[in-house]
Design a protein around this ligand. Structure first.
Ligand SMILES: N[C@@H](CCC(=O)N[C@@H](CS)C(=O)NCC(=O)O)C(=O)O
Length: 201
């Protein structure tokens, strides 16, 4: 019954760990609802989770935690996990890369000296990640050559970063072009309105 109603993600109305899955659904037109009311009663739902934390996905009889699994589940439902081994592998590599970037952002968010931590994020840590991503995208339109789970996850992560620092991609024109191309997709206008969780000040 519930499956026919589509997927629900229980999470706060912010751009953070659930954002790649939310972007994938919005971009592909997959039915997905974010239930922030339930998140706002947290920890009321904690006993229903597998690992005691949000986001949580519900789809009929399926209950999932761990944002990477949730991203992959939504990507599979949307049919964008890749056709070849190579597409699947690169897409998965990109999802892991998003996790590394989230770790970088989380460390700065909770650093004692936030100013110094965010300076290091912009000037060193993300500069390195963006350099690597630039090598992967090369002259292609996307990283895998298609709009797969990993490509859209990287896009969601870049959007979080741009929400924090509007000119973050200025020195990385290939990433900036990819970012702007996907941003123009009509399906994304609602989901991108959420606030970014990360605040440098
Ligand atoms: N590895 C988990 C991390 C989940 C996590 O840290 N969730 C945080 C919010 S982003 C949370 O639920 N915090 C509330 C709590 O732990 O009580 C994932 O990727 O989903």
């Amino acid at each position: 019954m519930a499956a026919a109603e589509g997927i629900t993600i229980i999470y706060w109305g912010i751009k953070a760990r659930a954002y790649p899955a939310q972007v994938i659904a919005a971009y592909t037109g997959l039915k997905l609802k974010t239930d922030s009311d339930r998140a706002n009663t947290w920890p009321a739902d904690q006993p229903k989770t597998w690992f005691g934390a949000l986001p949580m996905l519900e789809d009929g009889a399926v209950t999932l935690n761990q944002s990477i699994a949730i991203t992959n589940y939504v990507g599979r439902k949307a049919g964008i996990q890749g056709e070849t081994d190579s597409e699947f592998g690169i897409s998965q590599m990109l999802i892991s890369e998003c996790n590394d970037i989230f770790e970088i952002l989380n460390k700065a968010q909770y650093a004692e000296d936030k100013k110094a931590a965010w300076k290091e994020v912009w000037e060193e840590k993300l500069a390195w990640e963006f350099h690597c991503l630039t090598n992967i995208i090369g002259d292609k339109e996307t990283f895998t050559g298609k709009y797969l789970t990993g490509d859209l996850s990287i896009w969601a992560t870049l959007d979080i970063i741009v929400s924090v620092k509007a000119d973050a991609l200025e020195k990385f024109p290939k990433l900036d072009a990819f970012y702007k191309r996907v941003l123009a997709a009509p399906g994304l206008s609602e989901v991108t309105k959420m606030w970014s969780y990360y605040k440098p000040e």
